[in-house]
Design a protein around this ligand. Structure first.
Ligand code: ADE
Length: 249
């Protein structure tokens, strides 16, 4: 079985790409797709770029051109729920386009013609993701490998399962965040790719897992927390979590 793995940014998938054995690469459009054996599994890995169009395009290429039979989307997100801290991990149960508004022709947030607004991840893959994250957290890798985990107050990351809201918008405002919380009281985090990948997987009947690590609180500190987390911390999560995940397949 061929496994498609994608992140929005190079930093999210770079450690995985460098761990691929017998690596070959193919440029399709503006993206590079890296294939080979990752922790003994047949994979194809790419960085999509930011936003829903970029991620939908990359996911479609993974499925249609590269032959991926499942997809794992991995990366960072902004916390949308007050209980979350930087470093915590969200495994998506379902995903929604928070910026989709075809009203009054169709209901707000509903994808026209598909007639649905929430896209669920695959139950089996979701459970693998949860086990992978739990094993990773209990390994203590985070506390021991990050230069200064206290900068982000990361001690023992927590894991949550729930709703991820995606939109073509980097959120760095508590006002915008509280509007989103009012509309989606069960929201866990915000990011810019998940719902579009989930929609592509739904359309192609491809099982999907989404794992997101909180890089910022989507408030005014996000513009400094996000790049710091991306450059210093995310690589420690991607290798550990994805290896534990693939070990179960
Ligand atoms: N991804 C990581 N942090 C984010 C934020 N604050 N808004 C949107 N996407 C994000």
């Amino acid at each position: 079985m061929r496994i498609g793995i994608m992140g929005a940014m190079n930093e999210e998938v770079a450690p995985l790409i460098s761990d691929i054995k017998n690596r070959t690469q193919e440029d399709i459009g503006v993206r590079t797709y890296h294939s080979g054996l990752l922790y003994d599994k047949d994979v194809v890995v790419t960085a999509s770029g930011w936003g829903k169009t970029a991620s939908a395009s990359a996911a479609t290429t993974l499925l249609v051109h590269c032959g991926a039979e499942i997809i794992i989307l991995f990366g960072v997100a902004g916390a949308a729920s007050g209980e979350l801290n930087i470093g915590d991990v969200i495994v998506a149960k379902d995903l929604i386009h928070h910026d989709l508004d075809p009203s009054p022709i169709f209901p707000k947030y509903q994808v026209p013609l598909l007639g649905m607004s929430r896209f669920e991840t695959d139950t089996r893959l979701r459970n693998y993701a949860i086990s992978a994250v739990k094993k990773f957290i209990s390994s203590g890798i985070i506390e021991h490998s990050i230069d200064n985990p206290a900068r982000f107050h990361i001690t023992k990351p927590a894991i949550y399962q729930g709703l991820i809201a995606s939109g073509d918008q980097f959120i760095s405002s508590t006002d915008v965040l509280s509007q989103l919380r009012n509309v989606f009281p069960d929201i866990k985090c915000v990011e810019m790719e998940g719902a579009s990948v989930a929609q592509v997987c739904y359309e192609h009947k491809i099982p999907l897992a989404v794992v997101k690590v909180i890089s910022d609180k989507a408030d005014k500190s996000a513009k400094t927390d996000f790049p710091l987390f991306l450059s210093k911390v995310i690589s420690h999560y991607s290798r550990g979590i994805i290896q534990n995940f693939l070990d179960q397949l």
